[in-house]
Design a protein around this ligand. Structure first.
Ligand code: CP
Length: 331
C-alpha cells in the first residue's frame, strides 16, 4: 500500500500510480462504511478547502462541500465571477494567496485550451495541494468514483471485462471531453478492456489516446477505437459496462458553431433499450450526469435496472473525502 499523499496535487489521472489509486479506493470504502455506521471521522478538523468554480456544478460542489464538513473541516465556495480574477488576479496570485489561506485549493475550469493550464499554473505557486474538480482535459474525481462503482457492481477482478466508452448525442451544449479522456487513461490500469466509440468528428486528444494505449500495453489490457458514423451498436455488443455520454467536437474544430452543426448529424446516438439489449444481460449503464434525458439516453435506460448513475454520483463523496483526507490531513 502506497501512503505518501500529504501535500500532493491531483490534476491528471496518472498523477497517482495504480497502487496509490488502490489506497484511495481502500480509504474511500472505509469512509463509506463509517458514514453508513454513523461513525464520526473528523480527519480534517480545522482544515479549510477553497473551491474555485469557473463553471456550474451540482454534484462536484455538493460532494466536496459535504465531504469537507463530514471530515470536520470547512469548504469555501468561491465563484470566479465574484473574485478579482477578471480585474487582474492571475493564477500566480490565486496560488500564492489561497495557498496561504487554505489547506487545499480545488478548481473547476473547463474552458477549452485554458482550464488545465490554469490549474497547473495555480499549483506551481501554491503551497497547499491543488485538486482538479474538472478541466478541459481531465475529470479525475469522477473517474475514481466510476472505478469504485464498477468494483461494487462487478467485483475487484475486472480483467477481460469489456467497457464501452461511447459518444452520445446531446442538444444542450458542447460538453467537455474530460470524462471520456480520463476514463480511457485510468480504466486500462484496472484490467478493463476499453472500447472507445464515436463518430469521426468526436475523436479525443491524440496525446490522451497515446497515454491510453501505453497504459493498456503496460497492464496487458485492450484498448480499441471505433470511429464510425454508425458505430454505437457494433461497440455495445457483449459489453459488461456501457458508459455513454456526449462531448464536443473540439479536437476536430475549435469553432463552437461548426461543432454544434456537426452534433446534429448524430441524433441516432441515443442509449436506448434496443441498444442496451446488445450488451450482456447483466451489463451496467453509467453516466456522470447531468444527462440530456430522452436525447442522450432514454428514461427507460437511465431509470432502469441496469443504471448505476446514482451510485456513481454518491461515490463522488467517498473518493473525494479519501483524497482530501490523504492529501490534506495525513503525513
Ligand atoms: N458529474 C459532474 O461533475 O457533475 P456536476 O457537473 O454537476 O458537478
Amino acid at each position: 500500500m502506497q501512503t505518501h499523499f500529504y501535500g500532493r496535487d491531483l490534476i491528471g489521472d496518472l498523477d497517482f500510480s495504480k497502487e496509490e489509486v488502490e489506497t484511495v479506493l481502500d480509504v474511500a470504502f472505509d469512509l463509506k462504511r463509517q458514514r453508513a455506521l454513523g461513525q464520526p471521522h473528523p480527519y480534517l478538523r480545522d482544515k479549510v478547502l477553497a473551491m474555485l468554480f469557473f463553471f456550474s456544478s451540482t454534484r462536484t460542489r455538493g460532494s466536496f462541500e459535504a465531504g469537507m464538513a463530514q471530515l470536520g473541516g470547512h469548504a469555501a465556495f468561491i465563484e470566479s465571477k465574484t473574485t478579482q480574477i477578471a480585474h487582474g488576479d492571475t493564477p500566480k496570485e490565486i496560488g500564492e494567496i489561497f495557498g496561504r489561506y487554505f489547506d487545499g485549493i480545488a478548481i473547476r475550469h473547463v474552458d477549452w485550451g485554458v482550464g488545465n493550464q490554469y490549474i497547473n499554473e495555480v499549483a506551481k505557486y501554491s503551497r497547499a495541494p491543488v485538486l482538479n474538480m474538472q478541466c478541459d482535459i481531465y475529470h479525475p474525481f469522477q473517474i475514481l468514483a466510476d472505478l469504485m462503482t464498477i468494483i461494487e457492481k462487478k467485483g475487484r477482478d475486472l480483467r477481460h471485462k469489456k467497457m464501452v466508452v461511447s459518444w452520445a448525442y446531446a442538444a444542450s451544449y458542447q460538453k467537455p471531453m474530460s470524462v471520456p479522456q480520463s476514463l480511457v487513461v485510468q480504466m486500462p490500469r484496472f484490467g478493463l478492456d476499453v472500447v472507445l466509440v464515436h463518430p469521426p468528428e468526436f475523436r479525443l486528444m491524440p496525446e490522451i489516446l497515446d497515454m491510453a494505449q501505453e497504459q493498456a500495453r503496460k497492464y496487458g489490457t485492450g484498448f480499441e477505437i471505433i470511429s464510425d458514423p454508425d458505430g454505437m451498436e457494433k461497440a455495445f455488443k457483449d459489453a459488461d459496462i456501457i458508459y455513454a455520454k456526449s462531448w464536443g467536437a473540439m479536437v476536430h474544430t475549435p469553432d463552437p458553431e461548426e461543432g454544434a452543426q456537426i452534433i446534429k448529424k448524430y441524433s441516432h446516438w441515443i442509449t436506448d433499450e434496443r441498444k442496451m439489449a446488445l450488451a450482456k444481460p447483466d451489463a451496467i449503464y453509467m453516466h456522470p450526469l447531468p444527462a440530456d434525458r430522452n436525447i442522450e439516453v432514454t428514461d427507460g435506460v437511465i431509470d432502469g435496472p441496469q443504471s448505476v448513475v446514482y451510485d456513481e454520483a454518491e461515490n463522488r463523496l467517498h473518493v473525494q473525502k479519501a483524497v482530501m483526507a490523504l492529501t490534506m490531513g495525513g503525513i
